[in-house]
Write a protein that binds this ligand. Structure first.
Ligand code: OSB
Ligand code: MG
Length: 368
């Protein structure tokens, strides 16, 4: 395949409601979209970097810059390009995994469209629908939280994840358990908001029979997570810390987690994400597919990944309407708590030109 050009788009989409985490409040989702034009087909990728470097060091403007200035020139020099050559060609550039992932996905989508192969099949999917959970932000009050959770359960979500932070943890969890019962699959996500010294406080979550606690401590604090695992009975799941298959293997060997959240953007792409799935499967570590408030582009690819056999827990693969009043692709609609795995070639969806134009704030075309 020959890459002839790349279109980079910055989009900005209003969220249906503010999404508050321990690191900030999001009211709109700004994101970078990549359209790869090759001599055989076109492909789309979505970058998951956010506007500000609060979840990780990456952010939208940096993503546009590194893709334009470094990643694309390096790819222009690769002969016979295919998706498997992207990560090796970009390896010398440190970090910027979300940007690498966005570019790799666009090229993978183009390659698979040219071959007529769905991404799910390419990755090794074994299901045609995936179980869906929902990530519920920090709210101003417990009644507000209970209304939100009740609404999502009514929509059919099979698992609830509560965002937590110091001052919003044990009480909201208790309130959700009291209102909705012990059968609800429930987990929490701290996005690194706690310190090692909070171990005894966090252990107060243990009686609530949570599926897991996600990333309580700093992303670099693997040892702290291993120590916390000795104090808590709630299983520890890592998100921010797992930036590669090697990081996953190390975290597992250290006892820092017993469950892994796989986000392709965080780890440099879907091919590395599959490696993490394989490492975890070999170690009997369950995985689930995380989310980054993706549009239909990234969501389509996440749903394909979540259909792999090791994804035994429901993911943050919610329906489009959980985030946006109108998506840029055909919306993903929850049915019986599940989403369908796209069946078309590549990621199986394309953005609608008018919907895309309506949310685009900037377009750059780079000829290679
Ligand atoms: O930590 O999983 C996270 C959203 C943005 C950044 C980080 C996270 C999240 C979510 C939402 O929890 C997941 C989703 O529904 O896309
Ligand atoms: Mg998380």
């Amino acid at each position: 395949m020959k890459l002839t050009g790349i279109e980079l788009r910055v989009i900005e989409m209003p969220l249906v409601s503010p999404f508050r985490t321990s690191f900030g409040v999001e009211t709109t989702r700004e994101a970078v979209l990549v359209r790869a034009v090759t001599d055989e087909a076109e492909g789309w990728g979505e970058g998951v970097a956010m506007s500000d470097p609060l979840y990780s060091s990456e952010y939208v403007e940096a993503s546009v810059d590194v893709i334009t200035r470094f990643l694309l020139p390096a790819l222009a020099r690769v002969d016979d390009l295919d998706a498997s050559k992207v990560a090796p060609a970009l390896e010398k550039f440190k970090g910027h995994r979300m940007s690498k992932a966005a570019v790799e996905l666009a090229i993978l989508d183009a390659e698979l469209r040219a071959k007529g192969v769905p991404l799910s099949r390419e990755l090794g999917a074994v299901r045609d629908r995936v179980d869906c959970g929902v990530s519920v932000g920090i709210m101003d009050s417990i009644p507000e939280l209970l209304d939100a959770v009740g609404g999502y359960l009514d929509e059919g979500y099979v698992r609830i994840k509560l965002k937590i932070e110091p001052g919003w943890d044990v009480d909201p969890v208790r309130a959700v358990r009291e209102r909705f019962g012990d059968d609800v699959l429930l987990q929490v996500d701290a996005n690194t908001a706690y310190r090692r010294g909070d171990a005894r406080h966090l252990a107060r979550l243990d009686p609530f029979d949570l599926l897991l606690i996600e990333q309580p401590l700093d992303e670099e604090d693997l040892l702290g997570h291993a120590q916390l695992a000795e104090v808590m009975t709630t299983p520890i799941c890592l998100d921010e810390s797992i930036v590669s298959a090697r990081a996953a293997a190390d975290a597992i060997a250290l006892g820092a987690c017993s469950i892994v959240n796989i986000k392709p953007g965080r780890v440099g792409g879907y091919l590395e994400a599959r490696k993490i799935h394989d490492v975890c499967a070999a170690n009997d570590i369950p995985v689930w597919c995380g989310g980054m408030l993706e549009t239909g582009i990234g969501r389509a690819a996440n749903v394909a990944l979540a259909a792999l056999p090791g994804f035994t827990l429901p993911g943050d693969t919610s329906g489009s309407n959980r985030y946006y009043t109108s998506d840029i692709t055909e919306p993903f609609v929850i049915e019986n708590g599940t989403l369908p795995v796209p069946t078309g070639p590549g990621i199986g969806v394309v953005p609608d030109a008018d919907a895309l134009a309506a949310v685009t704030t900037r377009t750059e075309w780079i000829t290679l």
